[in-house]
Design a protein around this ligand. Structure first.
Ligand code: ADP
Ligand code: MG
Length: 255
């Protein structure tokens, strides 16, 4: 795959005697939404840990935009790779409204880009204007328009979650790794998070790698799905082929 934004080769990770990853290979193409599924304990989160520098792998390599990041520290991977992971806590400021929150999220980005006011000068009007426009777009896409004027602290828990999700997209990362983004949220919110992902992907070219147990949603959202089983890649195919793959059905989907 010539357009790979992320390439994982022969990745291995043991925790004590427990093999979490046993030689995993895959590519994520720039611009795609790639799903990652597998039973509990199959190594999905460990894979994210090794790609983001949170854990050191024992063997193998990770390439991000062609750069060998295998031994890079976490903050360098995030900054130079423009890679974000969902659990990196985004703070919602309760006295600020949605637009103010989002503009601030863009200003606080750890990597430079069109949305970062740190890269050229914090007072640049053009940058603040660009941030405001992006914030308004995200407010609309995430369905927060009706409550966007409220201080975030007065919005519902679900609305605050959406605002957090939108804040993560403000600095325009190139690759976002989402670990169960829909866990514990209601169906309406699920729909809106999906809209944010689809719009970020289609309109801004942001690439996503998504771990998610809600198989119906994931199959609809993903262009391609990778299946992990006991620390190994079991399948890597279109969603249509994955749901019909007998090995995948037996290991995971069959329940
Ligand atoms: P998944 O995200 O697919 O549920 P994990 O990557 O969390 O799987 O776990 C894979 C295996 O590695 C499991 O056996 C788990 O118990 C083990 N594991 C994960 N993280 C750690 C850790 N920090 N320390 C020790 N063992 C771990
Ligand atoms: Mg996990």
């Amino acid at each position: 795959m010539s357009q790979a934004i992320l390439s994982v080769r022969g990745l291995r990770k043991n925790y004590g005697g427990v093999p979490a990853l046993q030689g995993v290979d895959f590519d994520v193409a720039r611009g795609e939404v790639c799903g990652l599924i597998g039973p509990n304990g199959s190594g999905k989160s460990t894979l994210f840990d090794c790609c983001t520098g949170l854990q050191k792998s024992d063997a193998g390599s990770v390439l991000l935009k062609g750069m060998d990041i295998t031994h890079w520290p976490m903050n360098r991977i995030a900054r130079e790779g423009r890679l974000l992971r969902s659990f990196q806590k985004t703070v919602v400021f309760p006295t600020m409204n949605s637009e103010e929150n989002l503009v601030l999220a863009g200003q606080m980005a750890r990597f430079p880009g069109i949305a970062s006011t740190f890269s050229v000068g914090a007072t640049s009007r053009a940058r603040v204007k660009a941030l405001r426009e992006r914030a308004r777009e995200l407010i609309e896409v995430s369905g927060l328009s009706r409550v966007a004027h409220l201080p975030a602290g007065n919005m519902s828990g679900g609305q605050q979650k959406l605002l957090q999700f939108a804040s993560m997209l403000m600095p325009e990362p190139e690759l976002v790794l989402l670990d169960e983004p829909l866990a514990g949220i209601n169906p309406i919110l699920i729909e809106k998070v999906i809209q944010c992902i689809v719009s970020a992907n289609k309109d801004h070219g942001i690439t996503f790698l998504v771990i998610e147990h809600n198989t119906d949603v994931l199959m609809n959202l993903s262009h391609r799905v990778i299946v992990l089983h006991q620390g190994q890649k079991l399948a890597d195919d279109t969603p249509e082929a994955i749901v019909r793959n007998p090995q995948v059905v037996e290991a995971y989907l069959g329940g």
